[in-house]
Write a protein that binds this ligand. Structure first.
Ligand SMILES: N[C@@H](CCC(=O)N[C@@H](CS)C(=O)NCC(=O)O)C(=O)O
Length: 231
């Protein structure tokens, strides 16, 4: 399904007319990684089309999507004939290629912290929080299966460690201080699902800095607009 958003980037062609050059993001509304890319587009005010490739029904491995992403994952991105996959590459490109508020701190240490937090989310947080905890508690029952308590417990153990680390790294109401950065946008969709789990939600609520961060982020129009509709 194609969802059309506000407008397109325009380019003047050799006849002097305007050629429509849409930004396209391939990925479903429920995907955390696709939501991170959308958050970056929304925060920058970039108009885009969303092609909701439904990975839960195998569409990620259809030939047309494998041509966009060799591992059949989402998101994949297109702008002006330029294609990308891997969310951090996409969000950095969106920040650097378009006008609008900067989503990466100019201070070198704050920027390194931002990359570190994105990497913690990607390397440890997502697999534990979404891949194990949320998956067993929410997706498996939704698909008619029986949750595996051992996998959920493994997920919760790593989740607690990730939360301890992030609580320690967070600068304040925004993870890198100053204004919203890619670190906030990479973490937010994962936390949305974490808060829906019983013990994960409680572990998150026990973290004062992260809880204040959530309240700040949750009020942002981009966050409200991209909130997944589940069920
Ligand atoms: N390293 C990738 C991870 C993307 C990813 O794991 N996306 C999930 C959805 S949130 C996905 O496509 N899962 C389907 C699958 O693994 O087949 C990125 O940064 O974009």
């Amino acid at each position: 399904m194609w969802t059309r958003w506000a407008s397109y980037s325009l380019r003047v062609n050799h006849h002097g007319g305007a050629t429509v050059m849409p930004v396209i993001l391939h990925g479903p509304g429920y995907s955390t990684y696709a939501r991170t890319a959308r958050l970056a587009l929304e925060e920058k005010g970039v108009a885009y089309e969303l092609n909701e490739v439904d990975i839960l029904t195998g569409k990620g491995h259809a030939p047309e999507h494998l041509a966009r992403h060799p591992w059949g994952k989402v998101p994949a991105f297109e702008h002006d004939g330029f294609t990308l996959f891997e969310t951090l590459a996409i969000t950095r490109y969106v920040d650097e290629a378009f006008p609008g508020p900067a989503l990466q701190p100019s201070d070198v240490k704050a920027r390194a912290r931002m990359t570190q937090i994105c990497s913690v989310v990607d390397s440890y947080g997502y697999a534990a929080i979404v891949g194990k905890l949320f998956w067993q508690e929410a997706i498996v029952p939704m698909q008619g299966g029986t949750p595996n308590a051992e996998i959920a417990a493994e997920g919760l153990k790593v989740t607690r460690q990730v939360l301890d680390v992030l609580e320690g790294l967070a600068a304040g109401d925004l993870l890198c201080g100053g204004s919203v950065s890619l670190a906030d946008l990479h973490l937010l969709p994962v936390v949305e699902y974490l808060r829906m789990t019983k013990e994960g939600g409680a572990a998150f609520a026990a973290k004062p800095k992260l809880s204040a961060w959530w309240e700040t982020m949750n009020a942002r129009p981009a966050v409200v607009k991209t909130r997944p509709k589940l069920g």
